[in-house]
Design a protein around this ligand. Structure first.
Ligand SMILES: Cc1cc2nc3c(=O)[nH]c(=O)nc-3n(C[C@H](O)[C@H](O)[C@H](O)COP(=O)(O)OP(=O)(O)OC[C@H]3O[C@@H](n4cnc5c(N)ncnc54)[C@H](O)[C@@H]3O)c2cc1C
Length: 477
């Protein structure tokens, strides 16, 4: 029961004011905003990374307004209590995983969306789902392009905090390309406005962009102003299957060299089989890989673009190429790609990778991952936003088999090492979170890591904001 029992968060390390109790915070918020009942808080401990080491929060606070967020952060600042901001909890890198004694600050109740068709902008509160922002824009004939495969159940605040990518980003760019401004509550409880509904604004350092991808470590985003574009034309769709990974990545290169499709997605054989198990839509279980490509060029041009892409796939060795101008049929293939992660998740426990490389190295990456899978004797299913060079290898293992678990973790690290050796990154869109924190310093190098630490220390000198994400130790001011 959510009673008024007195749970204390008396002035921990870094306390900047008199000791305060959780009941004081409770009294400043709407009834029911502060949850301490373990039955209710359990759902907020983990995100989709399913970290078995997730902590037990002091409380979950469901903010209803920016004022509520300020109250929570003032309390955390005064008591030195860590705060884990949380949108919809779909992080695949453990970014919204609770830690012991923290406040999970849930933004799920803050969902207002206001579209201004004149400036072609939308102001959204952080808890609104990406799909809800898209739907609100569509009512005015407008479009918010970034489309993570999770768009129907992830929050726009989480998207900003991770600089989310998605399927159409190969043509339309990622989240940061649409962020014009935001309101942020800082680590001491102050609220600041960064940017706004202006297409150009270069006054001061670009702090708005600094917050994009900051993973809750610099401040809490309480609203965001996003750029909208005219509605997308109905796309035409092509699917092509390949007898080898090499043929499929050759086709990707042949396409991206001179063309810019509105989608260029990849699934390897194990992923195709997992998706086919779920959908029974007749995908080729024998294929080594499949590409899903879309063109949203104007009528006439789209057909020409798809026909040219078909020729390039065939030249690369595709065994089957199929295209359609029926949007519903095309959407069925795209939906199959969107459920790829949940489909593979059903095969066992997964460690989800997000490595990306420059496009010319995609073939070497995909081949190298297959080699790592063989060497470590674990299943690795690969799907990719191929046109961005951003892959999601999913290492699948049986959690009850200790040896297999160990091999899976070794493969997970080996894949990151491989990507970096190919000039790539340890994360293209999911963020560092807690899971990839140990690899960040090695990837960035000492000087750049130190710059990161100094920026963190400037915004969050006592280290209360999402500790353990990106940074392993409290900042040194
Ligand atoms: C099936 C599936 C498919 C996916 N496909 C994609 C994909 O194609 N592309 C992609 O980029 N991602 C994808 N993801 C990952 C995930 O959906 C994204 O990272 C998404 O942006 C997270 O949003 P969320 O609301 O769930 O954030 P959460 O998981 O709640 O939080 C993510 C991070 O943002 C921080 N945060 C959240 N809200 C705020 C705020 N208001 N202020 C400050 N910090 C905040 C959190 O502390 C955390 O560090 C997928 C996930 C799943 C489960």
């Amino acid at each position: 029961m959510e009673g008024n029992h007195s749970t204390a968060a008396e002035g921990g390390a870094g306390s900047a004011g008199p000791a305060r109790t959780l009941d004081e915070l409770r009294a400043r918020l709407q009834p029911g905003a502060v949850l301490t009942d373990p039955v209710k808080t359990e759902a907020y401990r983990r995100d989709r990374a399913e970290d078995p080491d997730a902590g037990t929060p002091l409380a979950v606070v469901r903010a209803a307004s920016a004022d509520d967020v300020q109250e929570v952060i003032r309390f955390a600042h005064a008591t030195g209590t860590p705060v884990v901001p949380r949108g919809a909890g779909t992080s695949l890198s453990g970014g919204s995983t609770a830690q012991d004694g923290c406040l999970v600050l849930s933004l799920e109740r803050m969902r207002e969306i206001t579209v201004d068709p004149i400036t072609r902008t939308v102001v959204a509160q952080p808890g609104a789902f990406n799909g809800e922002v898209k739907a609100a824009a569509a009512e005015h004939g407008l479009w918010y392009p970034p489309d993570p495969a999770s768009y129907t159940f992830c929050s726009i605040g989480g998207n900003i905090a991770t600089n989310a990518g998605g399927l159409c980003c190969v043509k339309y760019g990622v989240t940061t390309d649409y962020v014009l401004g935001m309101t942020v509550v800082l680590a001491d409880g102050r609220k600041v406005q960064l940017g706004g509904p202006r297409l150009k604004d270069v006054a001061g350092l670009p702090l708005t962009k600094l917050f994009v991808g900051s993973e809750g470590t610099l401040g809490i985003i309480t609203d965001v102003t996003l750029r909208l574009v005219p509605a997308q034309r109905a796309p035409q769709t092509l699917v092509a299957t390949f007898p080898s990974l090499e043929a499929s990545t050759d086709a990707v290169l042949a396409i991206t060299r001179t063309m810019r499709p509105s989608m260029l997605e990849f699934m390897d054989g194990p992923t195709l089989c997992a998706v086919e198990d779920e959908t029974r839509m007749g995908l080729d279980r024998e294929a080594a890989a499949m590409l899903i490509v879309q063109s949203d060029e104007p009528a006439g041009h789209a057909g020409e673009e798809i026909a040219e892409i078909a020729r390039r796939c065939e030249a690369a060795g595709a065994t089957e190429v199929y295209s359609t101008d029926d949007p519903d049929e095309g959407e069925a293939f795209v939906a199959a790609r969107r459920i790829a992660i949940p489909a593979v998740e059903k095969k066992g426990t997964i460690l989800l990778e997000d490595v990306g490389v420059p496009i010319p190295r995609l073939g070497a990456l995909v081949d190298g991952i297959a080699e790592i899978s063989r060497e470590h004797d674990v299943l690795v299913a690969v799907m990719a936003h191929a046109g961005d060079g951003n892959t999601h290898p999913l290492v699948v293992f049986d959690p009850t088999d200790a040896a297999q678990r160990e091999r899976a973790h070794a493969a997970y690290g080996a894949i990151m090492d491989l990507a970096v050796s190919l000039g790539g990154t340890i994360t293209g869109e999911h963020g560092v979170g807690r899971l990839k924190q140990p690899w960040l310093a090695g990837y960035l190098g000492d000087d750049v890591m130190e710059l990161n630490r100094r920026v963190k220390a400037a915004f969050d000198p006592t280290g209360i904001l999402n500790p353990g994400v990106m940074f392993d130790e409290p900042p040194r001011p």
